[in-house]
Design a protein around this ligand. Structure first.
Ligand code: PEP
Ligand code: MN
Length: 360
């Protein structure tokens, strides 16, 4: 059996999109039950309750999860409110405990997906399970690792798989906690259209304001669902407080989502057409950049002949002022245009600088 041929019919037991919600971490029985109760009261569109029992934390000596006792709380959430339950497993011991506690869906976290030894250990402990196993993208932007993790699970006869897109870590500060890098997730989706892809806007955004637009964007490109961190008292959460929302806000977010069903509205055709046009424009952008760079090389030769400095602050000001004005005229973000032109200009300077070096 190959990944491409898996049916992954587990997803069809749920309405589309599948929403998984619950706290980043299980903290106490009261927090779990209250969160579950309020989700239940606010929306009927959340069939699966999530909570981290074992928490991978960047630094030691912080809260690292409540451990196995949290599994009892998940059980209560299932019994009292009828949710299916989901948690992260990061080693064979976690898998044994979670299977024993009959957690319905398990996921492999982003820090585990990067490590083939860990994934192999988890896969072997899960051998032959029929429970859906979801694999988060690795923290680094590496599609092969993500797919490799799925293949390790399949290698142990695990055929109910799903993928979670939680964004990718970068050293540079951006508006995201983890940049989405849609291209990687869409490449994944194009290669394995049969593996349900679930977006995790909470870990992509790292805050509460961007969640719904990331979730909507994912649904627009055919994702099967979303996992959204939800806490009865987000500001007091023991982990990921800034990105968690209340059950009531979650319900609003869900009701604002527009579901685009494939084949019904014909949106795929429309999207396909737009994408082709975008690819075409991208191609033209690259062509134009290459022409610009050739002109810049000509300028570099003139500077070299006349012993002029490569970086001319006056010229840089003309370029950025022009770009800012055009950004305004066309209704684009000035910040974006400034960043773009800074990158283009830096490359030009680099090319011209390399021309100034004596030939080896
Ligand atoms: C989580 O879902 O709480 C979590 C730890 O996520 P990730 O593995 O994506 O960092
Ligand atoms: Mn979290």
């Amino acid at each position: 059996m190959e990944l491409k041929n898996l049916k992954n019919e587990w997803i069809s037991q749920f309405d589309n999109p599948l929403i998984i919600a619950g706290p980043c971490s299980a903290e106490s029985e009261a927090q779990m039950l209250q969160t579950a109760q309020r989700i239940k009261n606010s929306t009927d569109q959340v069939p699966v309750f999530r909570a981290g029992i074992w928490k991978p934390r960047t630094k030691p000596n912080g809260f690292e999860g409540v451990g196995v006792i949290g599994l009892n709380w998940l059980k209560k959430v299932k019994e009292e409110f009828g949710f299916k339950t989901a948690t992260e497993v990061a080693n064979a011991g976690h898998v044994r405990a979670a299977l024993e506690a009959d957690v319905d869906i398990l996921w492999i976290g982003a820090r585990s997906t990067v490590n083939p030894f860990t994934v192999q250990e988890i896969a072997e402990a899960l051998k032959g399970t029929k429970k859906p196993i979801l694999v988060k993208n690795p923290v680094n932007p590496d599609l092969a690792l993500w797919i490799g993790a799925m293949e390790r699970l399949l290698g142990q006869g695990i055929e109910n798989l799903g993928a979670i897109h939680r964004g990718f870590s970068t050293y540079q500060k951006t508006k995201y906690r983890n940049v989405p890098n849609w291209q990687i997730a869409l490449d994944f989706k194009n290669q394995y259209p049969n593996i349900p892809l679930i977006v995790d806007p909470s870990h992509i955004c790292g805050n509460r304001t961007g969640l719904s637009s990331i979730a909507q964007e994912a649904l627009n490109v055919g994702y099967a669902g979303a996992m959204i961190e939800t806490h009865c008292s987000p500001d007091e959460a023991w982990s990921d407080a800034a990105q968690q929302i209340t059950p009531e806000v979650l319900a609003e977010l869900i009701s604002g989502l527009e579901l685009r069903q494939s084949g019904i509205t014909g949106y795929e055709d429309e999207l396909g057409a737009h994408r082709t046009l975008i690819s075409d424009i991208d191609f033209q952008l690259i062509e134009l950049l290459s022409q610009r760079m050739k002109l810049s090389e000509k300028i570099g030769s003139v500077k070299k002949e006349n012993n002029l400095a490569v970086f001319q602050p006056d010229r840089w000001k003309v370029i950025t002022d022009y770009a800012a004005q055009k950004a305004q005229e066309t209704g684009m973000s000035q910040d974006f245009i400034e960043k773009l032109f800074k990158a283009i200009h830096e490359e030009s300077v680099e090319v011209q600088n390399s021309m100034m070096l004596p030939k080896a």
